[in-house]
Design a binder for this molecule. Structure first.
Ligand code: CIR
Length: 258
């Protein structure tokens, strides 16, 4: 069960962040409205929200997930893999000091890089995506920190999977051994022991969803995926995400849940 989530309100320069999506420029007012809806949904799942103000130094800083990996007993402050995002993690570290004992907060060191979007936890086992943002050195540091804390992990190389920025752009863990996997990842051997909900290529963006206590928060507009979730016994809640999708962001990136 998650109790809290940390989010950061998008800043006015949000549209100047990094993106590869060819979906046009986001509308700031609509992004604020969608962010506010996202916060309301998390609250309706029972979470207490920690809402950080915009950080105009970093246009991508609303995507807080990339700055930390949180577990029940430790926090790992990452070292974001994009030069323009390096430094976002400092204010998250300062905030996490209110929630974790300082001795339980670890840090990825240079030359390692890790983006939280590459890390997918499945009940104490961590899939660590190696991507354009998370390098092998960063992955190894994270694996060692996790191992010391009693968690297991394994690497998933996603560098050659087209159309995804991070591991979790293409997958999610829903609990009870159920994985959501985009079509291009559904046959990776590492995932064979899980029950798989496969996301059709046309609905690929929907693969980034989040299990929050009794619900699964999904992006609005992906009817076939929503139907598969209901059939598998999950309770989906839809959130409009168009403006974040334009900046390569998904549902998981908008919060740190713990
Ligand atoms: C970036 O390129 O870093 C941001 N525009 C999007 C980050 C999305 N984060 C995530 O998937 N965890």
């Amino acid at each position: 069960m998650f109790k809290k989530a940390m989010v950061r309100v998008p800043g006015e320069n949000f549209a100047y962040g990094l993106t590869t999506a060819d979906l046009g420029k986001p509308n700031y007012q609509l992004a604020l409205a969608q962010h506010s809806r996202y916060c309301d949904i998390l609250k309706s799942c029972g979470l207490q929200l920690i809402v950080l103000p915009p950080d105009p130094r970093f246009p991508d800083s609303t995507f807080v997930e990339d700055t930390a990996v949180l577990t029940d007993c430790i926090a790992v402050i990452t070292r974001p893999g994009a030069a323009s995002r390096l430094g976002e993690e400092e204010s998250i570290y300062a905030e996490l000091l209110h929630h974790y004992d300082k001795s339980c907060i670890h840090r990825i060191q240079a030359p390692g890089t890790v983006d939280g979007g590459d890390i997918c936890e499945a009940d104490g086992h961590f899939f660590i995506g190696l991507s354009a943002r998370t390098n092998l050195e960063g992955g190894r540091q994270l694996a060692a920190i996790l191992q010391q804390a009693g968690y297991s992990s394994e690497f998933v190389d996603v560098t050659n999977i087209p159309g995804i920025l991070h591991l979790k752009s293409g997958m999610a863990y829903l609990g009870d051994d159920v994985l959501v996997l985009m079509d291009a990842m559904a046959d990776i051997d590492i995932f064979r022991s899980y029950q798989i909900i496969r996301v059709d290529e046309r609905e690929q963006y929907a693969a980034n969803c989040i299990r929050v206590n009794d619900f699964v928060v999904i992006a609005d507009g992906f009817a076939a995926f929503e139907e598969s979730l209901c059939r598998a016994g999950f309770r989906p809640l839809r959130c409009p995400m168009s403006e974040f999708q334009k900046m390569d962001g998904g549902l998981s990136c908008l919060s740190l849940r713990f």
